[in-house]
Design a protein around this ligand. Sequence first.
Ligand SMILES: [Zn+2]
Length: 80
Amino acid sequence: MKPPICEVCDLDFRHELEKNPATGGLVYFSDYQSLDNGMVGHPKGLGWFCAKHLSDAQFLSSLSKRMAMEQLRIKFNNFG
Ligand SMILES: [Zn+2]
């Protein structure tokens, strides 16, 4: 699992999240696939988002993560 770093703005909120669970959250996209037992890593179709970007990411969670990220990057003008 990746640490809590926003997929849109790269904000690293792992320390804030310990203090305040509303700092950000995980979004499961339509292409989410859980890891097989014993597998380590970050599951496909799953992303962390800061509080600023979480609601928009959740709104797009019916899309695949790749499609949703395209929309989010256009919306927030972040092509990095
Ligand atoms: Zn963000």
